[in-house]
Design a protein. Structure first.
Length: 257
């Protein structure tokens, strides 16, 4: 029976993925944040669902989780857990900044560090759930954007270190989940850029089975991501040309003088 490690399963995309894996008779090792959340999973077949409790914003709990699952063999590892606090950067308490970075970036890096040896042995696919915020300006979410940019670049670097290991990084956009309410963001209308968890969960589930590399699941998200990547590359090229022209001019002036 195939086995998957899935973090962030309480609501939203993670919950949708859990339902799909269970429906296809996978064995799921799920990570929840609090013991009290266990009862929300009582209706799933308990012989195929093993829950671990770990607050991934806490280093000690993350390391305890890793020790508990290190010996397990997974076919797929889905790093879906994420969180944020919305607000002006200078008004964010330092502990909130640390919590975002630890949950979205450091915990994922530690989990991969602890499991990648077995992943290589089993040719397990590692799936990173990142965000378009890694590429686009994120108003009142600078720390979240930095954490997701770090996760996306961690995936890119890791894919060069382990070219034979299947990996997938998904930079998603706005999804209609409780994520935004939990962050403290002001309530507002949900426009067409907000996708449903069922839509994104279904597309993500298919991509996990079939694809590796970088993706964004929806055409409008993909266009936004690629447009900003082109803009970044063009900016770097212009700066390099200007720098080269400046140093060439300096050399000429030095010789003349």
């Amino acid at each position: 029976m195939k086995s998957v490690l899935l973090t962030g399963i309480r609501t939203g995309i993670g919950r949708n993925l859990l339902e799909r894996f269970m429906a296809d008779h996978w064995h799921v090792t799920g990570v929840i944040r609090r013991e009290s959340q266990r009862r929300a999973f009582a209706d799933f077949p308990q012989d195929r669902l093993k829950l671990f409790v770990a607050d991934l914003s806490r280093e000690d709990e993350t390391f305890r989780l890793i020790e508990g699952i290190r010996a397990l063999a997974f076919n797929v590892i889905v790093l879906n857990a994420g969180m944020t606090y919305s607000g002006h950067f200078l008004k964010l308490p330092r502990e909130h900044i640390d919590e975002i970075i630890r949950t979205n970036l450091l915990a994922n890096m530690h989990i991969v560090h602890g499991l990648i040896g077995r992943a290589v042995e089993n040719n397990a696919k590692i799936v990173f759930i990142s965000s378009l915020a890694a590429r686009l300006p994120a108003f009142n979410s600078g720390v979240y954007a930095a954490s997701k940019a770090g996760l996306s670049h961690f995936y890119t670097s890791l894919s060069y270190e382990y070219p034979a290991l299947p990996m997938l990084c998904v930079e998603i956009g706005l999804v209609n989940t409780p994520f935004f309410e939990k962050s403290g963001a002001p309530a507002g209308p949900r426009n067409s850029f907000f996708k449903s968890p069922a839509l994104i969960g279904g597309r993500l589930y298919r991509e996990i089975q079939t694809k590796r590399g970088m993706t964004s699941l929806c055409a409008d998200w993909t266009m936004m991501r690629k447009a900003f990547m082109i803009f970044e590359a063009l900016t770097v090229w212009i700066i390099s040309k200007l720098r080269s022209a400046y140093y060439s001019r300096q050399k000429i002036l030095t010789k003349v003088l």
